[in-house]
Design a protein around this ligand. Structure first.
Ligand code: GUN
Length: 282
């Protein structure tokens, strides 16, 4: 039977509409959530991402600022800018677009952001809070996946979730979030032997490996929920890590690429910025 397709794009639009109302209510109370996005250099893909983030903020009535810094910006200069943003009470969320040029140590930058403004959820303090099951800013793509599953009425408790990919941005945190939701979690990665033995046993399969079409219908069992986090360009066309045509013949639910997980990421960034603004004014 053909799978039900979960369109993150539609869901994201619905959630953004809800957030637009929340931003309007907050501004009546004198709270104006503000996001600052910092980008170093002119990588076209990164520029396109950050402009998308800025546009999405503006569309829900949220104040947003884009700081475009030259490719040769020093680490000291970037850290100075972050210190200023940390101290600026009108700024609630700070996002430094990754990757950064090689003269800048990414981890140093991540750790310089005030954890209460870390809307990416990348600061070790926020990761620690996630690990210990505390309320915090959750990384946007993993959080978007959990929200998608919940809004599609897919139960998580007791389910066997298999994750392919162990990145700090997606694989590791999505597993932790789902563990907190009482799933049984298995992590697989490039060194996993007999990958198919694991994917076949998944109730929910999350593929975040960055390898176009690596999972197809023959790797899953009937009724699996398939979440494709891959963003690959093949012959100029955006494609996921899952071969949609064959997998959708067996999956119960599947996310497409594009229009699947991607739009949820920005939506969760907006959610985190609103949360940051509300926390400060509590
Ligand atoms: N580069 C690609 N994805 C992301 C993200 O979610 N946050 C940041 N800061 N940089 C990214």
């Amino acid at each position: 039977m053909a799978a039900e397709v979960i369109y993150g794009k539609q869901l994201a639009e619905q959630i953004r509409q809800e957030m637009k109302e929340e931003v309007a209510t907050l501004s009546e109370a004198g709270i104006y959530p503000k996001l600052v996005v910092v980008i170093v250099g002119e990588d076209p893909a990164s520029l396109s991402y950050v402009r998308g983030k800025q546009r999405a903020s503006e569309n829900i009535g949220m104040s947003s600022e884009l700081m475009e810094l030259p490719e040769d910006t020093s680490q000291t200069k970037l850290l100075d800018i972050i210190t200023r943003l940390n101290e600026d009470e009108s700024v609630h969320g700070i996002l430094v677009q990754l990757p950064l040029p090689e003269q800048i140590m990414e981890q140093k930058v991540i750790e310089s952001i005030d954890p209460s403004k870390d809307v990416d959820g990348f600061h070790p303090i926020n990761i620690g809070r996630l690990m210990t099951g505390q309320e915090t800013f959750y990384p946007c793509t993993p959080f978007g996946i959990v929200v998608m599953l919940k809004r599609a009425n897919i139960s998580i408790e007791g389910k066997h979730v298999v994750i392919i990919g162990r990145s700090n941005l997606v694989g590791k945190p999505v597993g932790q979030l789902l563990l907190n939701e009482h799933a049984t979690v298995t992590y697989c990665h490039s060194r996993t032997k007999d990958l198919k033995d694991y994917t076949k046993k998944a109730d929910i399969l999350i593929v975040a490996a960055g390898k176009a079409g690596m999972i197809s219908g023959e790797d899953i069992t009937e009724g699996t929920v398939v979440i494709d986090v891959g963003v690959n360009r093949v012959d100029g066309k955006l494609t996921g890590d899952v071969d949609f045509d064959s997998a959708s013949q067996k999956a119960s639910h599947i996310t497409p690429v594009p229009k699947g997980v991607g739009p949820m990421t920005i939506t969760m960034l907006l959610h985190n910025t609103i949360k940051a603004a509300k926390w400060i004014h509590q």
